[in-house]
Design a protein around this ligand. Structure first.
Ligand code: KIV
Length: 262
């Protein structure tokens, strides 16, 4: 899978399926299932490390997660989130961070949040030959500015800015954009007016692909259930059930039995 193939998929109207992964074992399963794109999201900060936001995760931690994923993948495109504080406001630091991600993890591309504010960083990273994916709408690294996780760009000014930013990112050379938690009509308008693939999360069906956080769609995280989330499994409950069965077997001396020992 390459950024060029994603572009062709948009052109042919074939939807792009993207999921997050943060480790070798899950990435291997996702790749075997033929997922198109694996995002090593900074949501690792929440689902892997237990932080309440994406802000604390470091560049070294993202590189660790990304290199574990890359070792597992033979087909999917691997995109890595640039963590908070490694690209905003300073293109030299942005370029240095993106180069470290690519060199040390072996990933295919980076993703960063924001529009015009990060355009110079986007430009410099692209000039180094590193593919960049944008991320607009609800950008979790700005949660302290927003103050809430409600739907973004519902007012005219923010919607206009989002459309302009999407065009700026396309013009700069981004190979795709994630649109998070915005009205579906607005997402459809962006996707229709732009040639690069638009991947939605809580952005409706009229975009070029969808992304979900793996732990949410598998039901490993159980307390998070926004309207846009479809749960495909209740793995959390299954894991608890299996662990309880194991505990009971150990306590009752049922495990290990004759055949399970040497
Ligand atoms: O970090 C992440 O998982 C993301 C997705 C929600 C798009 O950025």
């Amino acid at each position: 899978m390459t950024t060029h193939v994603l572009q062709e998929m948009k052109h042919k109207g074939e939807k792009i399926a993207m999921l997050t992964a943060y480790d070798y074992s899950y990435a291997r399963l996702l790749d075997s299932a033929m997922i198109d794109v694996i995002l090593v999201g900074d949501s690792a900060s929440n689902v892997m490390a237990g932080h309440t936001s994406t802000l604390p995760i470091t560049l070294n931690e993202m590189i660790y997660h990304a290199s574990s994923v890359v070792r597992a993948v033979s087909r999917a495109l691997v995109v890595v989130d640039m963590p908070f504080g490694t690209y905003q406001g300073n293109w030299k630091e942005a370029l240095h961070s993106a180069i470290r991600i690519m060199k040390e993890s072996g990933a295919d591309a980076v993703k960063l949040e924001g529009g015009r504010e990060v355009l110079e960083s986007v430009d410099r990273i692209l000039s180094a030959g590193i593919p960049v994916m944008g991320h607009l709408g609800l950008t979790p690294q700005s949660i302290h500015k927003f103050g809430t996780y409600v739907v973004r760009a519902t007012d005219e000014n923010e919607a206009r800015k989002l459309v302009e930013d999407a065009h700026l990112l396309e013009k700069a050379g981004c190979f795709g954009i994630v649109l998070e938690k915005i009205p579906s009509k607005l997402a459809a308008q962006v996707s229709g007016g732009i040639k690069i693939p638009i991947i939605g999360i809580g952005a409706g069906s009229q975009v070029d692909g969808q992304v979900l956080v793996l732990h949410d769609m598998l039901g490993i995280t159980q307390e998070f259930s926004p309207r846009f989330l479809r749960r495909y499994h209740n793995l959390g409950e299954e894991i608890i059930g299996s662990v309880q069965a194991y505990i009971a077997d150990v306590k009752s001396r049922d495990f290990p039995n004759e055949k399970e020992q040497y």
